[in-house]
Write a protein that binds this ligand. Structure first.
Ligand code: GLN
Length: 547
């Protein structure tokens, strides 16, 4: 088996420093040096997964290929690297306790007292080792410890990684600590004390960081690095600046590289022979990141997209979607201006005014009835005014309802999610969902194949006839309305291979420039270096609209 090295990333001083993006960028740099990586997230909360958490609490739920509902950081890992993540890449305190307690009930602890150390910590270590088994070809396993050092919840995880080093050896494990170096605005002075305290806090858990990544407004001056180095017992070259970025998180791999981060990792693990140190950008993958950043900074134009959803005021609730739109923009050398509109503010009366500048309209996924009438009004507006429309999940279901009501004449058409007694349930609970009562992990989740209709808009976008996309839903297009809606002009352009499930719909080319809606979530598979075809096409078509 390949020799695996482990990099553990903890966070200090404050939450929301961008640990997920940071570790994803480390992954990108290692891949640029032709190492294979995978990344695991350890979340200290007691929920088994974020699937049951509201986007208001936790941001987006990111769905992996194998249908795990995970933390949105996994989205960053997949966007920045080619690691294929699965259920095993996402661990929570809830999962750890759940399996330890199940084992206890089965009598597997043979009468012993079950304790945090060693039973919980062993289970945590096992999760890391499982990943090694399921990814035998990786060179690096990167593990992000969620939360902030000093939180009660993260203590068992820190203890587990401390022990992990004992088992795996110091030469095979590296501890990276991401911290904040604030400046006190009035004095303009850089403060290293919070970092010192945070490192002390880690030391209390028996962990001496090997490298520090310091979030700060600007690059750290050498004297500040020296001070941090001295007080935190970390070599000066291993104090890396992570300055606030100008345009996009996709700058981060290049910034880290310029700070010497990947060189230091290579030195630490003594991998110079396999991957010589280099000090300027000459690496082909890094060059791609550089180009991407330059396109982001100097777009050839702009395109204005209206997003109509329920959690629009939260920057993370549709994280993958915002990223995917940006990728679609990049592919067209355009800056995507996103007009995030709360669907509850839209009515039939004001929709024209609200959407008058939109060159494209997108309704993303969502749950529950709140805001649906605003979405329907926006979709009708897009359809009637020939504005490119892209519907995702609930955005497809509402597009079907809108079409049924306003084109096919089924005035009372609805989804049974919003009205269980509706006269025309054009969207209804999937057969397999009827008897399910548990909420966690029970939707139709993960990647499924879908066959596209030859000559359709969607086939044109993908340039292939069979695709795999990720789902997260309980409701579906009701088959008995197929004929009637098709007779009124709706095109069913993609179905499950057996033809049973409607996965994509569109309007015919001669009636609308681009109206495509999909039951799945294409945003999960879009990457900056490999933008998703539907986002590329949607942006391309929207950019052709003059307003
Ligand atoms: N609420 C809808 C369903 O469960 C749509 C879900 C979604 O948009 N992810 O089918």
């Amino acid at each position: 088996m390949n020799k695996v090295r482990y990099i553990f990333v903890t966070g200090g001083v404050a939450s929301s420093l961008g640990k997920g993006v940071s570790i994803a960028s480390i992954g990108a740099l290692l891949e640029a040096r032709e190492f294979k990586v995978t990344i695991q997230k350890m979340d200290p909360y007691i929920n088994v997964d974020p699937g049951t958490m509201s986007p208001f609490q936790h941001g987006e739920v990111y769905v992996t290929e194998d249908g795990a509902e995970t933390d949105l950081d996994l989205g960053y890992y997949e966007r920045f690297t080619s690691a294929r993540l699965s259920r095993e890449n996402s661990v929570s305190t809830g999962q750890i306790y759940y399996s330890v307690i199940q084992r206890e009930r089965r009598g597997e602890y043979l009468g012993r007292t079950v304790q945090v150390i060693p039973h919980i910590t062993n289970e945590i270590k096992n999760r890391i080792l499982t990943l090694k088994k399921t990814n035998p070809d990786v060179d690096f396993i990167l593990v992000e410890i969620g939360g902030t050092v000093g939180d009660i919840e993260s203590v068992p995880f820190l203890e587990a990684i401390r022990q992990f080093r004992l088992d795996a050896g110091t030469e095979n494990t590296m501890f990276i600590h991401l911290t904040l170096v604030p400046s006190i605005t009035v004095a303009g002075e850089i403060k290293t004390k919070p970092t010192q305290h945070s490192v002390k806090e880690l030391l209390k858990q028996g962990i001496q960081p090997d490298l520090l990544i310091c979030r700060a407004a600007n690059l750290l001056e050498p004297d500040v690095k020296e001070k941090i180095s001295l007080f935190c017992n970390v070599k000066k070259e291993r104090v890396i600046s992570a300055p606030d970025i100008e345009s996009s998180i996709y700058e981060i791999p290049v910034i880290y590289h310029n700070e010497g981060l990947d060189n230091e990792i290579i030195r630490y693990f003594r991998l110079e022979e396999r991957s010589p140190l280099f000090f300027e950008i000459m690496n082909p993958t890094l060059a791609k990141w550089e180009n991407l950043v330059s396109t982001l900074k100097h777009p050839r134009g702009r395109v204005r997209i209206a997003l109509i959803g329920k959690y629009m005021q939260l920057s993370d609730a549709y994280r993958s979607l915002y990223e995917a739109l940006q990728h679609g923009g990049l592919a067209n050398y355009l800056h995507v201006e996103m007009d995030k509109i709360d669907s509850e503010t839209i009515t039939e009366e004001n929709v024209g005014e609200i959407l008058k500048d939109a060159q494209g309209i997108l309704v993303p996924g969502g749950f529950g009835e709140r805001g649906v009438s605003g979405k329907l009004a926006a979709i009708r507006y897009a359809r009637e005014n020939k504005i490119p429309y892209f519907g995702i999940c609930l955005g497809m279901q509402t597009a079907v309802i809108e079409f049924a009501r306003n084109v096919a004449g089924l005035k009372m058409a609805n989804s049974t999610e919003f009205d269980s007694d509706t006269e025309h349930p054009v969207i209804s609970l999937m057969e397999e969902q009827v008897s399910i009562t548990d909420k966690g992990g029970t939707m139709r989740l993960g990647a499924y194949p879908c066959v596209l209709k030859p000559g359709s808009l969607i086939e044109e976008a993908y340039q292939k006839s069979e695709i795999y996309e990720r789902h997260r839903h309980r409701y579906e297009f009701t088959n008995r309305y197929r004929n009637q809606l098709e007779a009124s002009g709706l095109v069913i352009s993609g179905t499950s291979p057996d033809g049973e499930l409607v996965e994509t719909i569109e309007l015919p080319r001669h009636t609308h420039p681009w109206f495509v809606a999909v039951q799945y979530h294409p945003e999960f598979k879009s990457k900056p270096l490999d933008p998703h075809p539907l986002f590329i096409k949607f942006i391309e078509k929207s950019a052709q609209v003059r307003r």
